[in-house]
Design a protein around this ligand. Structure first.
Ligand code: ITT
Length: 198
């Protein structure tokens, strides 16, 4: 029964992340998002690291609502671009966080570059009781020359994970979550919480 499951607030405004993580935590935790708490303002992400921004988002929620919570900061790191867009992934093409514009800017920046290796990285910051813990997930792959697939969000249509010949956007949600940066990080968090019997 859901009422018996422990509750965690996921400090995100991104409905795609919320859906992916709620699926991964189904049956283990009841996940409430900022929308469930009627919080619609953006939380400032002023750090230049994923862990710094994940900590900023989680501590904002912990301070404001006093609940156990976690936040995910994530992005795409492209080798030929020196790790960009990195922490600026959501706003690569401007403050409006437009996925299509971000992807186009990325494809333009790479142009005919043949070295197209990239990785997605997620850092989750969990604040539980008085404790803070971090969990990281990385998936390696490469950037395609054009967008393909309709599923997922963000840069999914231009990212092919290593060992596959289709983009994240051509995968079903569960297939992506089984190998994704976010899936890896969240499974680390779940094992940690299970070991602690939380
Ligand atoms: P919150 O901060 O509210 O959680 P956000 O979308 O602003 O939402 P981030 O600051 O962590 O989240 O930025 C993540 C961006 O990185 C996201 O908007 C995408 O552009 C990209 N990204 C992260 N994970 C991705 C994934 O699984 N697939 C495709 N793109 C992803």
């Amino acid at each position: 029964m859901n009422e018996n499951l422990p509750k965690l607030v996921f400090a995100t405004q991104n409905p795609n992340k919320a859906a992916e993580i709620s699926r991964l935590l189904e049956g283990c935790f009841v996940v409430n998002t900022l929308a469930d708490l009627c919080h619609t303002e953006d939380i400032p992400e002023t750090s230049d690291t994923f862990s710094g921004n994940a900590h900023l988002k989680a501590s904002f929620v912990k301070n404001k609502f006093g609940t156990d919570c976690f936040a995910d900061d994530s992005g795409l790191e492209v080798e030929a671009l020196g790790g960009a867009p990195g922490v600026f992934s959501a706003r690569f093409a401007g403050a409006s966080k437009n996925d299509a514009a971000n992807m186009q800017k990325l494809l333009d920046a790479l142009g005919k570059e043949t070295h197209r290796k990239a990785q997605f990285r997620t850092v989750i910051c969990l604040m539980i009781g008085e404790e803070t813990h971090f969990f990281e997930g990385i998936i390696h792959g490469h950037i395609t020359r054009k967008a393909k697939g309709e599923n997922g969000f963000g840069y999914d249509p231009v990212f092919i994970p290593e060992g596959y010949n289709k983009t994240f956007a051509e995968m079903a949600a569960t297939e992506k979550s089984n190998i994704s940066h976010r899936g890896i990080a969240i499974r680390k968090m779940v094992s940690f919480l299970r070991e602690r019997s939380i």
